[in-house]
Design a protein around this ligand. Structure first.
Ligand SMILES: [Zn+2]
Length: 175
């Protein structure tokens, strides 16, 4: 069950792919009543925590485990989430902002499921999660394989199926 260690879980593939985070974000969008134009914004929000890789690359930071960093921690997302929700309160954008914030937190929950996160960074850099990624398996972002024979592959397929069903429902409602 829940682990608090760096030990890898045998048979666990690399971390959740950006594609899976997009699907999870579209599920959130599909559960609401936002406009179609909001869907890509929601998908973008659902990938915000992983943009630290681009920042690190631009800064010349060498390889590191980004699941043990500010980008995947309580301290990294709680203040901006509260600020965004407060700023949007009472405005017509409030539902969209709520869904964007929910997409960010679903990203963190998915990563917690797939690999574990150092939620308490910088106080504690140990990961907390259901599975731990085998460090020998490379997280290649978009190119990371997610075969249906793996549990993460099945999770991703389930997310895309749910996103498709919800999108079809939205289209049917719009008619
Ligand atoms: Zn992530």
């Amino acid at each position: 069950m829940w682990q608090r260690s760096a030990a890898a879980t045998p048979g666990t593939p690399a971390a959740m792919r950006p594609q899976a985070h997009i699907a999870a974000s579209l599920v959130i969008w599909g559960c609401g009543n936002g406009r179609l134009a909001e869907a890509p914004v929601c998908a973008l929000c659902g990938n915000l925590p992983d943009f630290d890789r681009n920042v690190a690359k631009a800064l010349g930071v060498q390889r590191r485990d980004h699941h043990r960093w500010v980008s995947h921690s309580l301290v990294g997302w709680l203040p901006p989430s509260v600020l965004a929700l407060r700023a949007a309160r009472g405005t017509r954008h409030a539902p969209a902002v709520r869904r964007g914030v929910a997409a960010v937190w679903l990203h963190l929950l998915c990563d917690t499921y797939a690999d574990g996160l150092a939620w308490l960074w910088p106080l504690d850099k140990e990961k907390i999660g259901l599975f731990m990624r085998n460090p020998e398996l490379k997280d290649a972002g978009w190119k990371t394989p997610a075969p249906l024979s793996s549990h993460l592959g099945r999770v991703e397929a389930g997310l895309w199926a749910a996103a498709a069903v919800l999108a079809l429902r939205r289209v049917a409602q719009a008619r």
